[in-house]
Ligand binder design. Structure first.
Ligand code: PGA
Length: 256
């Protein structure tokens, strides 16, 4: 069963600096948005997690890392472990974003190790899947997504699903300015839901599925009306406080 809480992730990617990020968070906090049925999760570059956490005295939002490594500690130069994320008060981690699959050649097997290790340390996980333009054009969307789900969640048991959210992000739509069409989002989210039911037939836990890819303050309302859309992952529009707050307000008012 899913609770009705909607999730809004701000994926700030490798943008901003200490000054501009602090301003963005201050501006967000100044709006004093609070909706019972919405969780806002900021994913800043990892180096700023600690300083942003200190601003969040009233727990107006949660924090996510954009990546993690799968070992707890040791000789892994440049990497950050799930324990370290927990140590700086980070509650969430994004795993398998297409930009990491593309630019750092992250494989389904690495993604799986990261999910297992993060789950062991009780981080909430947003596990991203999505097809490329080429794959969609060749009619491979469902095959690709099913493969990503199966390989990414290998050895993850039903209980561990409690801390996992699936992020569906069609790769070519990310950063394009135009979201996927509503029918495609609907079909893929329904497919993911069914796939998870097949993979976990006994499970009473149904992971939430959030959509990402050019979500903005104009299309948010239509996207959230789709069944099986439990929230959104926002990239570009999260860099503009007004647009981002509009998105949060729209989602917050949905159940009114
Ligand atoms: P976008 O990015 O909103 O800029 O398309 C979304 C994402 O990559 O998570």
């Amino acid at each position: 069963m899913k609770n009705k809480k909607k999730l809004i992730f701000a994926n700030l990617k490798m943008n901003l600096n200490s000054n501009s990020l602090n301003k963005l968070i201050d501006d967000f906090l100044a709006k004093e948005l609070s909706f019972e049925d919405v969780d806002v999760i900021f994913a800043p570059p990892v180096i700023y997690l600690n300083e942003i956490r200190k601003k969040n005295k009233n727990k107006n939002f949660m924090l996510a890392a954009q990546n993690v490594f799968y070992e707890d500690s040791g000789a892994y130069t440049g990497e950050i472990s799930p324990l370290m994320l927990r140590d700086v008060g980070c509650e969430w981690v994004m795993i398998g974003h297409s930009e990491r699959r593309i630019h750092t050649l992250e494989t389904n097997e690495m993604i799986n190790k990261k999910i297992i290790s993060s789950s062991k340390h009780n981080l909430n996980i947003i596990f991203c899947v999505g097809e490329s333009y080429e794959e969609r054009r060749n009619g491979k969307t469902y095959e690709v997504i099913s493969d990503q789900l199966k390989r990414g969640l290998r050895d993850i048991n039903e209980k561990q699903l409690r801390n996992i959210v699936i992020g569906y992000e069609p790769v070519w739509v990310i950063g394009s300015g135009e979201a996927a069409n509503l029918k495609d989002i609907d079909e893929v989210h329904t497919f993911i839901d069914k796939q998870l039911n097949i993979m976990y037939p006994e499970s009473s836990i149904e992971p939430k599925i959030v959509y990402g890819g050019s979500v903005n303050n104009n299309n948010i309302s239509d996207i959230m009306k789709i069944q099986n859309v439990d929230g959104v992952l926002v990239g570009n529009a999260s860099l503009d406080t007004n647009k981002f707050c509009d998105i949060v307000i729209t989602v917050g008012n949905l159940n009114d």
